[in-house]
Design a protein around this ligand. Structure first.
Ligand code: SF4
Length: 456
């Protein structure tokens, strides 16, 4: 570890967005109505494919690090009205969408989608297929908490057409698991991986979290070694987002137990070394995949995209998200559902939609979103090609961003040539900071507000 890198980490560790959308969610507003959303769906081209998302907010217990919109119902019967509301929401949305549009991607997240019992997993997928046409070769994925998962859950997913699974592993060290209230022994994960392979899921992703309480470079190295031995197709290694002002339960985590800047840097370096040595390619911010994986190919072909589900190869899909807090998007709108379960259910019962807030993107928003996405996905940006695509003179249009990037270039995070921006190897750790240089909303914020997690 060089002290220079540590100094950079200290300097650039500021509150900033992850850019799964631009403009970012805090700028969605309640002036965006159901009529606006219906209009956006009606205006979308019939040949634009769909990506369907269902949010299942239920969990058995609360992990102290959790940043998701979830709840612990303690009574399974609470899932039943929710499934009914999802059905109604999908039925109403389907009325607003051109019926010839095809879903190329389908994803369940949460919460814990496999909180649903196997019968309800089949039922929910039946509803989705009833309301929308899902392509035969669609990518169908589910986030899974390995705890409480039975083989029957996986059989229900597989028989419903799921071909990808993503397991939350986070950290295998018992002291860390205790500190975050998520006890899941290694053998339990081994078992669910064995079942998944036996049942023929074509892609297995494992999620890890860096920066959890009690984590050390040594303890996380052991987790990484075991994870590499499991040989998942993809890995996502997220930095823990400590935002106790937004997620009150994160106050259960003692700040004194969190790794300091030097430890976080050590963790990051160990992740790169271990996964790199095992043959994984780093995709942008936090994803890793085998060199032959389509995410890697998309990065090489410059067709990689970033949305609320992370990095994706499906750039030209509109996302239709169902369930409380779900975020949908068309080419030029974002829409978020009610985040509170009661309000979500009341709104669905009333109209079939639960629009809480949203945003119609201006042309400037779309241009800046593309610039941020290109930098975070391609790790470079060619001024002439970008300018041709949007009909702008890049250097002129982005004079503000280029000025903001200059200090980052002096610190070695980017290279700034006459005709392009390149992200350096060290700069990959600071992609969020680089993206922030293009963010018009941050520049006009009266003062930095504690809305975002730390960038590094
Ligand atoms: S299982 Fe996932 S969604 Fe549920 S509390 Fe834990 S981290 Fe949050």
């Amino acid at each position: 570890m060089t002290s220079t890198t540590l100094e950079l980490l200290r300097k650039y560790s500021v509150a900033g967005p992850r850019y799964t959308s631009y403009p970012t969610a805090p700028y969605f507003h309640t002036g965006f109505t159901e009529a606006d959303w219906a209009g956006a769906l009606a205006a979308a081209p019939a040949d634009r494919e769909l990506s369907l998302y269902a949010h299942i907010p239920f969990c058995d217990t609360l992990c102290h690090f959790c940043g998701c919109n979830m709840l612990v119902p303690r009574d399974y019967s609470k899932t039943q009205p929710y499934l009914g509301h999802l059905d109604r929401e999908m039925a109403r949305t389907a009325q607003l969408v051109d019926p010839t549009r095809v879903a190329r991607q389908l994803h369940w997240g949460g919460g814990t989608p496999t909180y649903l019992n196997p019968g309800d997993i089949r039922r929910l997928m039946g509803m989705m297929r009833q309301h929308f046409t899902v392509a035969d070769d669609a990518e169908i994925s589910c986030e899974i908490d390995p705890r409480e998962l039975t083989r029957e859950h996986l059989v229900a997913l597989r028989e419903s057409g799921f071909n990808r699974v993503s397991f939350g592993v986070q950290d295998l060290d018992p002291a860390v698991q205790l500190a975050v209230n998520r006890i899941q022994p290694k053998d339990l994960i081994q078992q669910v991986l064995d079942w998944s392979r036996e049942l023929g899921f074509s892609s297995i992703n494992l999620d890890l979290i860096m920066g959890l309480p009690k984590q050390t470079v040594e303890s996380f190295s052991r987790t990484l070694e075991q994870v590499v031995a499991w040989a998942p197709d993809r890995l996502a290694v997220f930095g823990y987002a400590h935002v106790p002002w937004l997620k009150k339960h994160q106050r259960l985590i003692k700040e004194a137990d969190l790794p300091d800047a030097a430890m976080r840097l050590g963790l990051q370096e160990r992740v790169s070394e271990t996964l790199g040595a095992a043959g994984y390619v780093n995709i942008g911010l936090d994803h890793f995949a085998h060199p032959e994986d389509e995410l890697v190919r998309a990065q090489q072909n410059k067709t990689l995209w970033r949305n609320f589900q992370g990095y994706t190869t499906h750039k030209d899909c509109d996302i239709l998200a169902f369930g409380m807090s779900g975020i949908s998007q068309t080419a030029d709108t974002y829409m978020q559902n009610e985040k509170n379960l009661k309000r979500y259910e009341e709104r669905i019962a009333a109209t079939g939609l639960a629009v809480e807030r949203g945003l119609k993107l201006t042309r400037d928003d779309q241009i800046r979103r593309d610039a941020i996405t290109r930098v975070m996905c391609d790790l470079e940006l060619d001024f002439a090609a970008f300018g041709r695509e949007w009909g702008i003179d890049f250097a002129d249009y982005f004079a503000d961003a280029l000025a903001d990037l200059r200090p980052l270039a002096e610190d070695g995070l980017v290279t700034l040539a006459q005709d392009r921006i390149g992200v350096t190897t060290i700069g990959r750790m600071f992609l969020r900071n680089i993206g922030m240089c293009f963010d018009r909303y941050l520049k006009h914020a009266p003062s930095e507000q504690p809305r975002y997690s730390k960038t590094v």
